[in-house]
Design a protein around this ligand. Structure first.
Ligand code: ZN
Length: 307
């Protein structure tokens, strides 16, 4: 923590000086829009098209909750013209780093633009503090707000192209409506009593609310809490009561805890299968947001509609 803080302090001084001396070079670098993760980057590219240069703060496929900015990342952040991040404590230590960088690079949080009554909050263990669940992109109708937010942020940066950004937004909104209809149709293939998603962390709360699934998980909307054998045991009892027969893995997390849950259930005489891997916090091998969402619903339908 101290190291990054020191680096940030040095950068603030260094960049303030170099800004006066190398303005032309700095401007060249300052055309980059940096997204915190690949899901936001995909949205920025959908709106900005070929008219913007983009980069991503965190490595593709990594768990965003455990993100810690490297020295290189801090330099890349300060070389960008705008940072777009999810917020709601999704991105590990990123918000802390941004607070230390201050005004060098403007940073905007998408979750801050969402209506508060659309957000889902979870109670943190061992205290009464409520924290927002950041995984709102799993509801395509909320991702529409994000698309509009991106277009609004890109528009003032390039007056010539801003009409194109808003046209791209219209196209993307159509894609989201099409996706929403597809998911609704697919959900109908699953018997109502089987519409239950069990994963390691609470990443599908928005998806569940939008499409009528109950969701169960071993840890909350972050992945930083310790999972005890009592947590696994308690969840196993709930799943037996609900007659759950399927668990899902998540692409950004090891399968250890879900396998433990599976063996705990087995020890209690209740057999569950692994229904596949869901992309909760990454696009994975999918080309874009729509493909990732389709992968998830197809995997869920395949697992929950089979006998
Ligand atoms: Zn997550």
């Amino acid at each position: 923590m101290k190291k990054i803080y020191l680096l940030v302090s040095i950068l603030i001084v260094g960049i303030a000086i170099s800004a006066c001396q190398t303005k032309t070079v700095k401007n060249k670098y300052k055309s980059v829009i940096m997204s915190s993760n690949e899901i936001i980057d995909d949205l920025v590219k959908s709106i900005g098209g070929n008219f913007i240069e983009t980069s991503i703060a965190m490595r593709k496929g990594n768990d965003p909750h455990s993100y810690n900015a490297t020295e290189k990342d801090v330099i890349r952040i300060t070389d960008s013209s705008l940072i777009i991040y999810n917020g709601g404590n999704l991105e590990g230590r990123l918000e802390w780093v941004l607070s230390k960088i201050g005004n060098i690079t403007p940073a905007v949080s998408i979750i801050d633009c969402l209506p508060k009554d659309k957000l889902i909050y979870d109670k943190e263990k061992n205290n009464n503090k409520k924290s927002v669940n950041p995984h709102f992109w799993h509801d395509p109708m909320l991702w529409k707000t994000a698309a509009h937010f991106i277009a609004d942020n890109l528009a003032p940066m390039n007056i010539v192209n801003q009409q194109i950004y808003f046209q791209n937004e219209e196209v993307f909104l159509y894609i989201l409506d099409r996706l929403n209809n597809y998911i609704k149709e697919q959900v109908q293939k699953i018997p109502k009593e089987k519409r239950i998603i069990v994963t390691e962390h609470d990443a599908f709360a928005y998806f569940g609310r939008a499409y009528g699934f109950e969701t169960y998980y071993l840890q909350g909307s972050s992945t930083s809490s310790e999972i005890s054998s009592a947590d696994i045991n308690d969840l196993a009892d709930v799943l037996i009561e609900k007659n759950v027969t399927t668990l899902f893995l998540e692409a950004t997390l090891p399968d250890k805890n879900i396998r433990l849950l599976q063996s705990t259930l087995k020890a209690k005489g209740h057999f569950v299968k692994i229904g596949g891997t869901l992309y909760s916090d990454t696009l994975g091998y999918n080309n874009n947001y729509e493909a990732m969402m389709r992968h998830n619903i197809d995997t869920i339908v395949n697992a929950l509609s089979s006998k």
